[in-house]
Design a protein around this ligand. Structure first.
Ligand code: A3P
Length: 299
């Protein structure tokens, strides 16, 4: 299997995608042993595409009758502690997925073709969130620099353009879920970070409907969707004590919570990539997505 240094840790090519080497045994075990339930909701992203935000939003939507907004778990817990990744053992154990009561809220960076085939068969719902690859690569580079301060942006950019990134090539990851969302729109919802940012309340309504928990008239009158958007805003989450000081620990992964929050903006790539770099990545992505009906508006 080809191997690369990766952004944070070594990655290996597996079935056409780059997977964190140390997580590969867990990924293989998942394919054989993960038992999805029809009531599961699985959130899927490429790293740095808005995973933390999506986890917070869905956690708030699903649990909205359990907590008040003034005393919400998201005020004192990082979203990654509320919604575990399938492929990353959390609380340092492997078997915890079975213990989560339904409806389980889970997340993954795995490509569709590597997810357990039982996920498609069981008919559980998937929410896919993607982001303009130019902003993804800039976000990834900032994230990786915490571990590898010497990493140059040009180096990260060239690797990314060659398809080398965790769960990448990014375009293949996006395309797999895009096609599945066209084939099974009632089970796979396809979202873009930029559209969510432009219209967060409308998209929270859309998410609530998709997961079978639409807002009631009463909730609409009380502005619950707006409250959820406010609770999960970048400024709100990133300024909480837990996200400024806390540490995310799962399996061998230890990261300060604050590393999941940087700027939370659309188009920050223009502050880091040259116009030529932006055009190059746009061209590659356009070519890869050609004919799919999917595009990222040039920004
Ligand atoms: P930037 O580095 O561009 O700021 P992930 O959660 O998939 O790791 O993605 C991290 C990216 O999402 C970072 O992007 C981060 O700042 C941004 N982000 C984190 N929380 C967010 C929120 N509540 N709303 C919008 N963006 C958020």
């Amino acid at each position: 299997l080809p191997r690369q240094r990766g952004f944070l840790r070594p990655i290996r090519m597996y079935k056409g995608f780059w997977v964190t080497e140390s997580l590969l045994p867990r990924v293989l075990a998942l394919q054989d042993h993960f038992k999805p339930r029809p009531s599961d909701l699985i959130l899927v992203t490429q790293p740095k595409s808005g995973t933390t935000w999506l986890k917070a939003l869905l956690f708030a939507i699903m649990n909205r009758t359990n907590y008040t907004f003034a005393q919400h778990p998201l005020l004192t817990r990082n979203p990654h502690e509320c919604v575990p990744f399938l492929e990353i053992p959390f609380r340092n154990r492997f078997s915890d997925l079975e213990a989560i009561p339904p409806p389980r809220l889970l997340a993954t960076h795995l490509p569709y073709s590597i997810l357990a085939s039982s996920v498609a068969d069981c008919g559980c719902r998937l929410v896919y969130l993607c982001r303009d690859p130019k902003d993804v690569v800039v976000s990834l580079w900032h994230f990786a620099r915490k571990d590898r301060p010497d990493m140059r942006l040009s180096e990260a950019f060239e690797s990314f353009c060659e398809g080398v990134s965790l769960s990448g090539p990014i375009w293949d990851h996006i395309l797999e879920y895009w096609r599945e969302s066209l084939r099974r729109s009632e089970k796979v919802l396809f979202l873009k970070y930029e559209e969510m940012m432009a219209e967060p309340v409308g998209n929270v309504r859309r998410l609530a409907e998709f997961v079978g928990r639409p807002f009631s008239e009463e909730e609409e009158k009380d502005g619950v969707a707006e409250e959820i958007v406010q609770l999960c805003r970048f400024e709100k989450l990133s300024s909480s004590e837990v996200n400024k000081k806390g540490i995310y620990e799962a399996g061998e992964i230890t990261l300060p919570h604050e590393s999941f929050f940087r700027k939370g903006q659309v188009g920050d790539w223009t502050n880091h990539l040259s116009r030529e770099m932006g055009e190059k990545l746009d061209r590659i992505v356009q070519e890869k997505l050609a004919g799919s009906g999917l595009s990222f508006r040039a920004s």
